[in-house]
Design a protein around this ligand. Sequence first.
Ligand code: NDP
Length: 281
Amino acid sequence: MAHLIDGKKISADIKEEVKKKAGELRKKGTEVCLAVIQVGNNPASTVYVNNKKKACEYVGIKSLSYELKEETTEEELLGLIDKLNNMPEVNGILVQLPLPEHIDEDKVIERISPKKDVDGFHPMNVGALSIGRKGFISCTPYGIIQLLKRSGIDIEGKHCVIVGRSNIVGKPMAMLLLRENGTVTVVHSRTKNIKEITSQADILVVAIGKPKYITKEYVKDGAVVIDVGINRNENGKLCGDVDFDDVLPKVSAITPVPGGVGPMTIAMLMNNCLEAVELNK
Ligand code: NDP
């Protein structure tokens, strides 16, 4: 029987740990504080931002909310980031992506102080991860490492194949698995013979954004499968990039969608806000 990796339970455990540590810091006079900026009113972004604020409230992290109009100029947004960078009581700054088209996302990410970049998207933090220095780690891949470790799955020496090479999931995932002494292969839309490669994976991480794309032909017997995808199927129900029912009989462990990787992202954001207090010292 395949082990179902329970992201709901593991993320709840992490949030409890953060809550405890945030409480201890408060007793010592430090209130952890995250500034959350949303530009415009993209409905999906509003849901994500509200979930982040709710999580902050739950774990006892103060959240400062900045809801800016769609027409906000790049200069205005950069000005707000400068202000927050200079506020010692703000530990973390998060700008919800995507931004309206007239704003350059790269410029915005680079303006956030690397010491407050709790999303781990700043080039300094990306670089730090790749050379093994301290810094913020992108929340979704960081959460996947926690899922594996807390489920007792060893990474060292395993062949880890990642499908997808985005800056927020695939690439940092590769760096993290390498850091854990995995042997890492990354495949993407231009890779030839993907099935041949994925079917050699001991640990297969899939982040492509294609509903139920990975079927049993892509998976080795006994593999661990981590499904990052969040898609809607033909009936509007949430589904992953992996055809769960098809691969289930073959795998030793798998994350469901929903309830696998999804809940880990916010839990790790909360964790990064705590790490920010340490990094800001
Ligand atoms: P991107 O669209 O940024 O990247 C997708 C990657 O998949 C690209 O590298 C692309 O290759 C590759 N790809 C696309 N099609 C194929 C294919 N047929 N075969 C092999 N590789 C392919 O997506 P993200 O990484 O941002 O997100 C991926 C999925 O994960 C989405 O469903 C997203 O919603 C979900 N997600 C979930 C999160 C969470 O759980 N909290 C957080 C972030 C994302 P190429 O580079 O060659 O174009």
